[in-house]
Write a new protein. Structure first.
Lengths: 91, 187
């Protein structure tokens, strides 16, 4: 269990949030021109790394807003939290 | 308010804690992002919507709770007639907000149950089933938070010191009130 700093509500406990998977996945502009493998890559294939990961989270039991988070998956340390549409503050 | 059967029938009292349902109270959820939306609501209701997170504002007749950056709950301070679910405030907002495409108004009077808690053991009760840190919250009048209590979504409004309003969805209210009674009896 860890605390997450919601960019709208402030610091809350993890159980108020829901993880929404990898962030910054861009939908292909012309899906019809993709092969099945490329489409499957976009739809299903996600990074599952040990280390710094960019994720989407939803404050589902609070303000119900989506936001992005940079989290070290090896120790759950949260490096940064930022709103949708903003650029990641760390690389 | 429509004529639903009561889910919470009796007021309950424990040492340092009293709990009762307050009804009928008008409750509206309003949503909007534009600056014109905020000024139109302010002019319509003579009430400034709180901009700051986790706060509320109050006029003689209404209270507005901040729920998210573009969502507020408005409820009446006074108890209304039980045989009517037409509200002038809702009509006014529909005219000035919905019809001008500035935002949305939803009547949630019957969706949410308002439980009022009084006493110095309120937050001792919450702390038995909520992950929220109430340490700063309990000493500041007017603060609002949405959190979970025994895994049920709730809205908590710190109306006054030792006087808290709790909003819960009607379908969960029976179970929540039963759990609160059980927990309060063990404080």
């Amino acid at each position: 269990m860890f605390l997450i700093n919601c960019p709208f509500c402030g610091e809350r406990e993890q159980s108020e949030f829901k993880a929404g998977g990898e962030a910054h996945i861009v939908r292909p502009k012309q899906p019809t021109e993709l092969s099945d493998d490329q489409w499957a890559e976009y739809l299903f294939m996600r990074k599952n790394i040990k280390g710094i990961q960019f994720e989407r989270w939803n404050h589902i039991h609070g303000c119900r807003k989506w936001f992005n988070m940079v989290r070290d998956t090896s120790n759950d340390e949260i490096k940064a939290v930022y709103k949708m549409g903003e650029k990641p503050p760390v690389k | 308010m429509l004529n639903y059967s009561n889910v919470i029938e009796n007021d309950k009292s424990y040492p340092g804690l009293q709990m009762r349902e307050i009804k009928p109270v008008m409750k509206l959820i309003i949503r909007g992002k534009k600056r014109q939306f905020l000024s139109a609501v302010g002019k319509s209701l003579n009430l400034l919507l709180p901009n700051e997170a986790n706060t509320s504002s109050r006029s003689d007749q209404l209270t507005a709770l901040w729920l998210s950056p573009d969502e507020w709950m408005i409820f009446s301070n006074e108890i209304l007639k039980s045989d009517d679910n037409n509200y002038n405030v809702e009509k006014l907002l529909n005219k000035n907000i919905c019809k001008t495409n500035l935002g949305a108004v939803t009547d949630v009077t019957d969706q949410f149950v308002l439980i009022n808690l009084k006493g110095d053991k309120i937050f001792d009760l919450f702390e038995t089933g909520s992950p929220f840190n109430f340490n700063d919250f309990k000493s500041k009048k007017g603060l609002v938070t949405q959190t979970i209590l025994t895994k049920i979504d709730i809205i908590v409004h710190n109306q006054d010191i030792n006087d808290v309003n709790l909003f819960v969805r009607r379908s969960f209210s029976d179970h929540l009130f039963s759990w609160m009674n059980d927990s309060a009896s063990r404080l």
